[in-house]
Design a protein around this ligand. Structure first.
Ligand code: PLP
Length: 469
């Protein structure tokens, strides 16, 4: 299996060649040359597999340049009950007949990003050891991504994490989750500024190509192909959990920001998983909902991003969206390049009057949009009707699921975070705090390890240089 760039400027490259990279050299995103096709007989065979065995079957179709025995070991070491709370790894529960919740947030940081990031940490460690190299991961976070990356890489050889976050602006829980890590390869930099300042510093450091290569700077951002790959697995796992025969179809509703999670569902569908609808659920930051309703994709620009109570979906543009557009335009890289030229130039692309937009529904995509009031209503309703407490992001997904459900087709809502992570809105909806998993009680009282730093690229560069070798 080789990978191509959505913009056509990368020679066919095997998995390990794209594993440690962000963007392709031409600014595009890595895509598998073809989608392996899964027939009904294979689905029947996979139906009884454990999560790690299923993950190995799927991942090994896309990773042909890591020895199978190594890959199997990495996958098995990643997906354990000790890390994810149960042997099922991603259990499915029933809210009512035909409406299900796929639990993706039982990993170390209580959000679905752990599922991909935990595998990524092991793959990175293995690949770096093979090459005799090391890597300094530099990132900016306002919450979920940074903590998932730190928990995946803590204690691993050959990798350090330098994570910038806005000083005093994350929730006490999120701050404690990151800053309580005492591992020597984890560096928390609390930046005097807001999240955008953190991101600007990361960009400035990454744009200094000499510094970047001298200090082996890398990222773990959401366009990384390996992250998307790891997320394909649970679409299959959930399908098996809610069907009895591989002739049945299932729909999924996915709380979406950068389009990574739902894009993994798209890939699963392209591989032949019998999917009816993929509901792209957004919050007030509705770039994607607007596209799926109208064919017009309008990036919002930094100032246009609204701060919402489902903050992990607060985005101005959806970085993985280019992957779907590549498939939509029949994998024509010239077309993708042209469309992204429009976006870079005018901030938008409009497919409304093209034959492409007419084909969007053929891929199963539907969309929805939620407001803060919708989230509060949904959290209350899900609690009253089903006795289940969900977080704000999951609530956005459930709203979309209820709007887009079809008779006779099971709808699976992806639970992307634990309510304990977003306690304020849950308290507003239910009048009490969500329960916190036992291992996180008393988290805020643990000693914290972090450095306060100015929003200044040179200061961050000096810090990295002083703490690397
Ligand atoms: C990251 C995140 C999302 C959005 O996922 P994408 O892959 O960026 O679309 C949704 N919910 C939670 C809790 C997240 O952390």
């Amino acid at each position: 299996m080789n990978y191509l760039s959505t913009r056509g400027g990368m020679p066919p490259t095997p998995f390990t060649g794209v594993l440690l990279e962000g963007l392709a050299p031409d600014g595009g995103l890595a895509m598998p040359e073809t989608y392996p096709q899964i027939d009904a007989a294979t689905l029947d065979r996979w139906r009884g597999l454990t999560y790690p065995d299923l993950a190995f079957e799927i991942v090994s179709l896309f990773v042909t340049d890591i020895p199978a025995s190594t890959l199997r070991e990495l996958v098995r070491d990643t997906y354990t009950a000790a890390v994810f709370g149960s042997d099922e790894i991603t259990p499915v529960s029933e809210l009512e007949p035909g409406l299900h919740l796929l639990h993706l947030s039982n990993g170390p940081t209580l959000a679905f990003k752990d599922i991909a990031m935990q595998l990524l940490g092991r793959l990175f460690e293995w690949a770096l050891a093979q090459r005799g190299e090391h890597l300094n991961i530099l990132g900016a976070t306002s919450g979920d991504t940074g903590s998932a990356a730190e928990y995946a890489i803590r204690g691993r050889h050959g990798i350090r994490v330098f994570m910038l976050s806005p000083h005093d602006r994350m929730s006490a829980f999120q701050t404690a989750q990151m800053f309580s890590l005492q591992d020597e390869n984890i560096f928390n930099l609390a930046v005097r500024g807001v999240f955008d300042d953190c991101q600007d510093v990361v960009k400035a450091v990454s744009n200094d190509l000499d510094f970047k290569s001298r200090w082996h700077i890398g990222t773990v951002n959401s366009i990384n192909w390996a992250r998307l790959l790891a997320q394909i697995v649970y679409y299959f796992k959930a399908y098996f959990a809610v069907t009895r025969s591989s002739a049945e179809r299932v729909s999924f509703s996915v709380p979406s920001g950068n389009f990574g999670n739902v894009c993994a569902g798209h890939v699963a569908r392209m591989m032949g998983l019998p999917v009816s609808r993929l509901v792209v659920a957004t919050n007030e930051n509705d770039v994607l909902d607007e596209f799926f309703r109208t064919g017009h994709y309008r990036v919002r620009g930094g100032a246009g991003v609204k701060q919402t109570s489902s903050p992990s979906m607060d985005i101005s543009k959806a970085s993985n969206f280019e992957r779907f557009i590549f498939d939509l335009v029949e994998r024509d890289p010239d077309r993708v390049r042209g469309l992204w030229r429009d976006i870079d130039h005018d901030g938008d692309m409009n497919l409304a009057a093209t034959p492409y937009f007419a084909r969007v529904a053929d891929f199963g995509f539907r969309s929805s949009r939620s407001t803060h009031a919708d989230r509060v209503t949904t959290i209350r309703r899900v609690h009253a009707d089903f006795g289940v407490v969900v977080d704000t992001h999951t609530a956005d997904g459930i709203k979309g699921a209820l709007e887009q459900r079809e008779a006779g087709i099971p709808m699976v809502c992806l639970e992307t975070a634990q309510p304990a992570k977003f306690a304020d809105t849950v308290r507003e909806a239910l009048g009490r705090d969500p329960e916190r998993p036992a291992r996180y009680r008393g988290l805020e009282a643990l000693p914290q390890r972090f450095e306060v730093i100015d929003a200044d690229a040179d200061a961050v560069k000096r810090y990295i240089a002083a703490h690397s070798d």
